[in-house]
Design a protein around this ligand. Structure first.
Ligand SMILES: [Zn+2]
Length: 97
């Protein structure tokens, strides 16, 4: 290692989680505060909790529910064909509606 360019290394730094768990880790910081760790993260605990304060998940779900279903190709083709075959006056009337 080159001299005087590396920060001090703490081989037994303490990482404290918001849930109360304390870990010994290697770090350049002596004490670390974390919001989530392997003791409380849903991925590790298996509990499915949603950290959602602004209601974004509900918003997304409602948008998905409101989205119109995708038409299949046959329907789209039939619609286009019907529109193409209609005389100009019918098209005008259809546009006004
Ligand atoms: Zn934790």
């Amino acid at each position: 290692m080159k001299k005087d360019i590396h920060p001090k290394y703490y081989a037994n730094a303490t990482a404290t989680c918001a849930c109360g768990a304390v870990f010994a880790v290697g770090s350049t910081e002596e004490k670390i505060d974390v919001e989530i760790c392997s003791q409380c993260h849903p991925f590790y605990t298996g509990t499915d909790k949603v950290l959602d304060a602004a209601g974004r998940v509900e918003k997304f779900k409602s948008r998905v529910a409101a989205a119109r279903p995708v038409k299949n190709k046959k329907e789209v083709k039939a619609e286009k064909r019907a529109h193409r075959r209609a005389p100009a006056t019918v098209k005008k009337i259809a546009k006004k509606k």
